[in-house]
Structure formats: C-alpha cells, structure tokens
Design a protein around this ligand. Sequence first.
Ligand SMILES: N=c1c2ncn([C@@H]3O[C@H](COP(=O)(O)OP(=O)(O)OP(=O)(O)O)[C@@H](O)[C@H]3O)c2ncn1[C@@H]1O[C@H](COP(=O)(O)O)[C@@H](O)[C@H]1O
Length: 97
Amino acid sequence: MNLEIIEEIRDVIENRKENPKKDSYVNQLLKNEDKILEKIGEESTELIISTKNLNQENKKQEFIHEAADLLFHTILLCQSQNIDFNEVLKELQKRRK
Ligand SMILES: N=c1c2ncn([C@@H]3O[C@H](COP(=O)(O)OP(=O)(O)OP(=O)(O)O)[C@@H](O)[C@H]3O)c2ncn1[C@@H]1O[C@H](COP(=O)(O)O)[C@@H](O)[C@H]1O
C-alpha cells in the first residue's frame, strides 16, 4: 500500500494554507467551507452512482476516479478544520484487532 501520496497531498494542502497560490483549486475551496462540504456531498453521491454502475463494462475506472475525488476532498475537509489527516490514519490504526 502506497501511503506516500496521502502524505504528499496533506503537505501540499498545508503549504497552500501558508502560501496561497493563484489558480489553486485547494485555495479556492479553503476560502469557502460550505463549498468543501458541498463537494463532499457531491463526490459521495458520484461514488454511490459509480458503484451501482460497476456491473456495466469499463466502469471500474470511473469508480476509482470518484473514490479518489472523495478521499481528496475528505483530506481537504480535515485540513481546513485544522485536523491533521494523520489523526484519522492513527484512529484507523487504533482499531486494528
Ligand atoms: N488530488 C487532487 C485532486 N483531486 C481532485 N481534484 C479536483 O477536484 C475537482 C473534482 O470536482 P468534480 O467532481 O466537479 O471534477 P470533474 O473531474 O470535473 O468531475 P467528475 O468527472 O468527477 O464528475 C476537480 O476540479 C479536480 O481537479 C483535485 N485537486 C487537487 N489535488 C491535489 O492537490 C494538489 C494542489 O492542487 P492546487 O491547489 O490546485 O494546485 C495537486 O497537485 C493534487 O495533488
């Protein structure tokens, strides 16, 4: 499992918070908490729909795309609330049986 990309995304979001960048999607969303919540709702719905479509041909990639979108926006939501996404990963570690 490659968790390096999670760390990279977390870092880039922190970096955008400290040094806003013109034309940055992350900065655009960080300016508006409701927009992030809206995206979480939208991406969740898109993931549900893509799951329902998985029985059709060539829909696996669509599912992967939507799952990645939801994960990215979840990391962004955490970081926007000053909750380090590592805390979420630690919570999962704690649940190990
Ligand atoms: N991982 C992502 C990432 N995943 C998704 N998105 C954006 O999230 C949005 C998803 O919204 P939509 O679902 O409407 O996108 P869509 O693809 O048009 O629509 P669908 O096909 O999903 O229906 C798109 O605009 C994507 O570009 C992301 N934007 C940024 N990142 C990471 O954040 C970094 C910093 O980005 P900037 O701040 O823009 O420089 C990047 O280098 C990436 O590593």
